[in-house]
Ligand binder design. Structure first.
Ligand code: FE2
Length: 509
């Protein structure tokens, strides 16, 4: 059982529920604290629906540590029937769908509502009720139909939100913008504490290894009101990176965890907690020994988004930059899926959403070379296959987005990174971190000097990126907060770029 700190329950209080219909057979529950204190979310929009998410949480009295080695007693919390409702308007005067979802302890009392059968390309409002408790109202948007000739779509993308290193002012800014979608590229939670001048602390500070501990970490992150606002205002797509489990893990291999089976149990716990806190489709099985999260998300004829998982299937890390050609970043099945997905994409813009910088990056000045072997530079043959796939598919306008580096980058993705004259196959934008500590300006200057295809790089700012698409052009805006350590920080666009239809490559605005 998660031992949630009572600090997490300073929520919104309980709203009157008199206007809601009776739950019929559902047992009446009376809550003293807000079970919806983690907020609401929606995600994975399709033309006929969207996943609605919440997770009920209940305060649990801390167990006295008279004997720290005694097993924590199992506390049973009953299944809870959660009423959900979707309406066309925020006042719920035009309700369109409703139902009951049974939230159970085995799934952390998480709620993943699918199949609401909604209309394409429009805004909806949703809310939940359980007993005498009512959630806040969330807003979401379905995807345009497959053949829609839509001419505008705007989404934000974000990564790397170490909770202790800053406040989520970037999300407060994001929540107020006119967006159709938010894409999260990983490091949604951090398992580790590090860095200086921390503004808040992870629970007891220990890295999680058990399901209850990963649940508590996710719950603590989800308790942030600015993050809750960004979830409540838009549908999200999310993939994980490494810190959702443990730093720099690769498939079944984790630094400093001895014993593959032990790590795989920890990974399964982390994957389950991720599932329980993300607006992703409901699962039937609790077998988290593998968990497919990559997938294609279509938004009319204007764009397709291919969300990749570069962690779960990758080959073990290298000691040097070269390795055998069969080394993989995506795994065989996902590679074949990427080939088929790019081949099938007829959209004006095809977004390849992955975790980090796809383009090569030499990090050492002068003749010496150095590479981040945890990124694609440690998986060169896999990158070559991905770029071959992009080229062979004839995809109209491939755009690569990423995170992970805690710095903003814009890059021309070259056929041959050693030859600046070679063809530009795609355009790449990497968002800086929401809060996580960034690199030194000296390392950024070296990266720019050594890699002519990197057209922009900056590690000073923290924030997120916005991609605005039309049939003629894609515009990328990089947004920075004034001070990640200030809970009341402002935010503004500090750099913009354009990519023109049919002309891969970064144009600085
Ligand atoms: Fe990160």
């Amino acid at each position: 059982m998660p031992l949630l700190n009572r600090r997490l329950f300073l929520g919104t209080g309980l709203a009157a529920a008199a206007i809601w219909p009776s739950l019929g057979s559902a047992r009446a529950q009376t809550f003293d604290t807000d079970p919806f204190a983690l907020g609401v979310a929606s995600g994975c929009p399709t033309p006929d629906g969207v996943i609605l998410w919440t997770r009920l949480i209940f305060p649990v009295e801390p167990v006295p540590l008279a004997d720290p080695f005694a097993p924590i007693p199992e506390i049973t919390i009953s299944p809870m029937d959660v009423f959900w409702e979707v309406a066309e308007d925020e006042a719920f005067s035009r309700p369109v769908r409703s139902g009951i979802y049974r939230a159970v302890q085995d799934w952390g009392h998480s709620v993943h509502v699918a199949g609401a059968r909604l209309e394409a390309d429009r805004w909806y409002f949703y809310r939940f009720r359980c007993g005498n408790a009512e959630s806040r109202v969330g807003r979401t948007r379905t995807a345009p139909s497959v053949d829609a000739t839509n001419d505008r779509f705007t989404f934000a993308f974000a990564s790397c939100q170490q909770y202790e290193q800053g406040y989520y002012s970037a999300y407060r800014d994001m929540a107020q913008r006119d967006l159709d979608l938010v894409v999260h590229l990983g490091d949604y939670i951090y398992e580790v504490s590090y860095g200086a001048h921390l503004v808040r602390r992870h629970g007891n500070g220990w890295p999680p290894t058990l399901l209850g501990e990963y649940r508590d970490r996710h719950a603590q992150y989800k308790s942030d009101p600015d993050l809750q606002a960004a979830h409540a205002n838009f549908p999200w797509l999310a993939v994980w990176d490494d810190h959702e489990v443990i730093n720099n893990y690769a498939n079944d291999d984790a630094p400093n965890v001895i014993g593959g089976d032990k790590f795989l149990r920890q990974r399964a716990a982390a994957y389950q907690a991720w599932y329980e806190h993300m607006p992703v489709p409901p699962l039937a099985s609790r077998d988290f020994s593998n968990f497919k999260i990559y997938g294609r998300h279509g938004f009319g004829q204007l764009l397709d988004i291919a969300m990749l998982d570069t962690r779960q299937y990758r080959s073990a890390p290298l000691e040097g930059p070269d390795g055998p050609p069969q080394r993989t970043m995506l795994g065989d099945a996902q590679e074949a899926w990427v080939d088929a997905t790019l081949d099938a994409s007829k959209a004006k813009w095809t977004i390849i959403a992955q975790q980090t910088l796809l383009s090569e990056r030499d990090t050492k000045a002068g003749n010496a070379t150095g590479y981040n072997l945890d990124g694609w530079d440690g998986y060169r043959s896999a990158r070559t296959r991905l770029l071959d796939s992009v080229r062979a598919s004839g995809t109209a306008n491939p755009l690569v987005i990423g995170g992970d580096l805690h710095a903003f980058y814009a890059a021309d993705v070259k056929e041959d990174f050693a030859n600046p004259e070679s063809a530009t196959l795609a355009t790449e934008f990497v968002t800086g971190s929401i809060t996580s500590d960034g690199p030194s300006q000296a390392s950024i200057a070296t990266a720019l000097a050594e890699n002519p295809h990197l057209k922009f790089a900056s590690g000073r700012e923290h924030g997120y990126a916005i991609l605005s698409l039309s049939p003629q052009k894609a515009q990328a805006d990089f947004v920075a907060v004034s001070d990640r350590k200030d809970p009341n920080a402002s935010a503004a666009i500090f750099q913009s770029f354009a990519v023109l239809d049919g002309m891969a490559g970064v144009n600085r605005l």
